[in-house]
Design a protein around this ligand. Structure first.
Ligand code: WQD
Length: 333
């Protein structure tokens, strides 16, 4: 059997997926340019699993470097995590986002085609549902994204669907993530944002650690039960297991298939603060701040398709997410 290439395998979701794939007996190769991750993640994956993944420090948009990797390693499938992902930054630097996210995908597809690799699993996002009415289901119309980051996901989905249509031997699995949080229970790998965190859970963790003095809650006048936005938070280890199931599906089928990876359950910002406080026996100071541009009041998944076709369902609770996020945060200091 060949190997599974994980682009961005040193990142938050990539590293957790690497662990779950190794646990299931897959041989993996990580390609990461370390632009938003660190090399010691490879050591951490080895500590957790007892197996060291092969590692290439390359930018997967670099066609020559990617070709050299494919020439050395027999690759059965690619899981493409690598990409720019900061929503606000994508508004400031749209060309960098389109260039990087689209180029890396195209280079991967072209290289796979030359080496006969037929299976591609892609990190998409619930952001492609735009301002549609939740629960979001896979067959809903997409688009209406509120920032260039979201449009890169939308465009890459289209590129992959077209590629699968043109080549019936290709297998494409599009995974629409909801809000991944938490960390591996070992505390060895997790989400380490550089600079001020954009996302809620890393921000709460840094307030708990005393790095920031309080959390700003962006708006409490939304049409939701407590006025704060509702999101479908999913434990990153559940998400990683969803990738193992999706890879198995992709290796056994051809064509393009889309799956939501969420829990189907929505939680508000205030509920998340309370869950973190209760799980970890501490207090998170917060203030109500103005709404953040582009935020939608509600986002949560319809999860039946992944349950039915992948046999996968998220298992972990909000308490697990909050406890594991805090264990990781503490291990960083
Ligand atoms: C969650 C809720 C905020 C920070 C984003 C991207 C999405 C995906 C995941 C990633 C919202 C509120 C947050 C804070 C707050 N992409 N909040 N204070 O916006 O649902 O999704 O990340 O790579 O494409 O859009 O997640 O964690 O930023 O926000 O009140 O300091 O927490 O307003 O309601 P979001 P988030």
């Amino acid at each position: 059997m060949g190997k599974i290439l994980l682009t961005g395998g040193c990142g938050f979701i990539g590293s957790h997926t690497a662990v779950e794939l190794i646990n299931e007996g897959y041989e993996i190769v990580i390609a990461d340019d370390l632009s938003n991750s660190s090399r010691d993640t490879v050591d951490k994956i080895e500590t957790i699993t007892g197996k060291r993944p092969l590692f290439y420090e390359i930018d997967v948009a670099d066609a020559a470097a990617l070709t050299a990797l494919f020439a050395e390693q027999p690759i059965d499938a690619v899981i493409h995590f690598a990409g720019f992902k900061a929503v606000g930054e994508s508004v400031e630097k749209p060309l960098a986002y389109y260039r990087n996210n689209l180029d890396s995908t195209l280079t991967l597809l072209e290289t796979m085609s030359r080496y006969g690799t037929k299976c591609f699993v892609f990190s998409s996002s619930a952001t492609v549902y735009g301002d549609a009415e939740p629960p979001f289901s896979e067959e809903m119309k997409t688009g209406g994204c509120t920032n260039p980051y979201g449009w890169t996901k939308y465009m890459i989905e289209q590129i992959l669907k077209d590629a699968a249509h043109a080549d019936p031997s290709l297998s494409v699995v599009l995974l629409r993530y909801f809000n991944p949080v938490g960390a591996h229970e070992s505390g060895l790998i997790g989400e380490k944002p550089s600079g001020i965190p954009n996302n809620l859970m890393p921000y709460i963790s840094q307030v708990a650690a005393g790095i920031r003095d309080h959390l700003n809650v962006f708006g409490n006048d939304y049409p939701t039960p407590d006025g704060t936005c509702i999101r479908d938070y999913i434990h990153v280890v559940d998400l990683a297991k969803g990738h193992v199931a999706a890879l198995g599906y992709g290796l056994a089928h051809t064509g393009a298939e889309i799956f939501n990876l969420g829990t189907g359950r929505g939680s508000s910002v205030l509920e998340m603060i309370r869950a973190f406080e209760t799980a970890n026996h501490l207090t998170i100071p917060f203030e109500i701040a103005p709404r953040r541009a582009g935020d939608l009041p509600f986002s949560f998944a319809k999860t039946e398709k992944a349950e039915k076709l992948l046999g996968w369902k998220a298992q972990k609770s909000l308490t697990d997410m909050c406890r594991d996020a805090w264990t990781f945060e503490k291990s960083c200091h």
